[in-house]
Design a protein around this ligand. Structure first.
Ligand code: PMP
Length: 437
């Protein structure tokens, strides 16, 4: 028995499925999840002492690489001052100012601890601000595990083939309209029927929880226009894309910068993952007029014992400070190289596939070369069975991919030539395994 097998056996008797977050259980790829004990740069080390090139990067946060020296130094210094004060600290404003300097659509920011809290608060705030009930979400977009947004939610629900979640009341589900992604006609039609009752449209800035799906040109801008026309809000969920797809997130890349094809300003944005550099930090921000509806200024309540925790803030400040424009340029370049190498290996092995890309995020879909993947139906229609053998071949060669075909591949600034060469060396055998499936 390997140490991971022993640890998983023990964990299965202590935690549901042996895990604290479902996709970690290797449910769709099978086999024993690897238990990790340390991480450095682009590498993870498991309990058996095996080293892997990490293409999960903690599901996004490790943008500057694991255990970055500046981040560790900032965290160590913060730890020495005490763990949590239950009062305001200087570091909260420091992190908020960095976010606002990067993302001009953010006029006020509220720190929370998880992406779920950020989207949950954004939804409550949109309802409080507009006095309306209905929320539009898109099938295949994941926004965390708040009751109202679990319908057709991608991520672990896609992996486990669950349509939604038990425990969500019909009354709650009825307040969410689920529409096909990239379908503006469906959005227009929903507003025609329900316009006066719609509080907000929530969308991933670029979906990455049904595999990566690129928003059609001008799609997010059109959502901004339509919501604006009807007095509803647009909530742009950048929990995954924020500070990863670029200096100002996916919005900065496609909607925020002067001269982009379709500039627009979301009413609210949500952040997570990179903003905390591996510590539990998330946030929501946006128009001051809307944000000031939050307590203690406004009537919409939200709070958190550990919100703005000083250790977490220190990690966030150090991570974003290390995430320079050069870091993004480097990751963009690596991402193109890697997806090109994956595509070449799969092509060589005769595996039909498409590379799904939005900015520097990408994933691989199987059997989809004819039309690509533009929505959840396309994502679910792919030859997902080819991923498990591909994944395990890569794992055996020392490359840790996301254990589900519905997740993005994550790179970091620490992925150097040596790490990339290990990945490239592993690809031909994995592609053959996918072909044989
Ligand atoms: N929104 C998006 C787009 C996400 O990808 C995620 C998590 N993967 C969340 C929200 C929820 O974040 P958390 O897991 O921190 O609750």
């Amino acid at each position: 028995m390997t140490s991971s097998e022993e640890l998983f056996e023990r964990a299965r008797h202590l935690m549901p499925g042996g895990v604290n977050s479902p996709v970690r259980a290797f449910g769709s790829v099978g086999g024993t999840p690897r238990f990790m004990v340390s991480a450095k740069g682009p590498y993870l080390t498991d309990a058996d002492g095996r080293e892997y090139v990490d293409l999960v990067c903690s599901w996004g946060p490790a943008l500057v690489g694991h255990a970055h020296p500046d981040v560790l130094a900032a965290v160590h210094a913060a730890v020495d001052r005490g763990l949590s004060f239950g009062a305001s600290t200087p570091a909260e404003a420091e992190l908020a100012a960095i976010v606002m300097e990067r993302v001009s659509a953010v006029e006020r920011l509220r720190m929370v601890s998880t992406g779920t809290e950020a989207t949950m608060t954004a939804v409550r705030l949109a309802r409080g601000f507009t006095g309306r009930n209905l929320i539009i979400k898109f099938a295949g977009c994941y926004h965390g595990h708040l009751d109202g947004l679990l319908a057709a939610a991608g991520s672990g629900l896609a992996t486990l083939a669950l349509p939604g979640s038990a425990g969500v009341t019909e009354a709650t589900a009825a307040e969410t309209l689920v529409l096909p992604y990239n379908d503006l006609a469906a959005v227009e039609a929903a507003f025609e029927t329900h316009g006066p009752n719609i509080a907000a449209v929530i969308t991933e800035a670029a979906p990455a929880n049904m595999g990566v799906v690129e928003p059609g040109a001008g799609f997010n801008a059109a959502l901004s226009r339509i919501t604006g026309q009807h007095g509803a809000l647009l909530i742009l969920d950048e929990v995954l894309t924020g500070f990863r797809t670029g200096y100002a997130g996916y919005w900065g890349l496609t909607g925020g910068a002067e001269g982009t094809d379709a500039p627009f300003t979301p009413d609210l944005l949500t952040f997570g993952k990179v903003i905390g550099g591996g510590m539990p930090v998330a946030a929501l921000g946006g128009r001051a007029e809307v944000m000031d509806y939050l307590a203690p200024v406004g009537p919409v309540y939200q709070a958190g014992t550990l919100s703005g925790n000083p250790i977490a803030m220190a990690a966030g400040v150090a991570t974003l400070t290390a995430a320079t424009p050069e870091v993004y340029a480097g990751i963009d370049k690596r991402s193109l190289e890697l997806s090109g190498a994956v595509s070449a290996a799969l092509g060589e092995a005769g595996v039909d596939h498409s590379i799904q890309r939005a900015g520097n995020l990408f994933s691989v879909a199987f059997g989809t070369s004819a039309n690509g993947v533009h929505n959840y139906e396309d994502a679910q229609g792919q030859e997902a069975f080819r991923y498990a053998p591909f994944f395990h071949s890569m794992l055996d060669s020392g490359v840790y991919l996301p254990p589900s075909v519905f997740e993005a591949w994550f790179l970091s600034a620490a992925h150097d030539d040596a790490a990339m060469d290990r990945i490239y060396a592993a690809l031909p055998a994995a592609a053959k395994a996918a072909a044989a499936a």
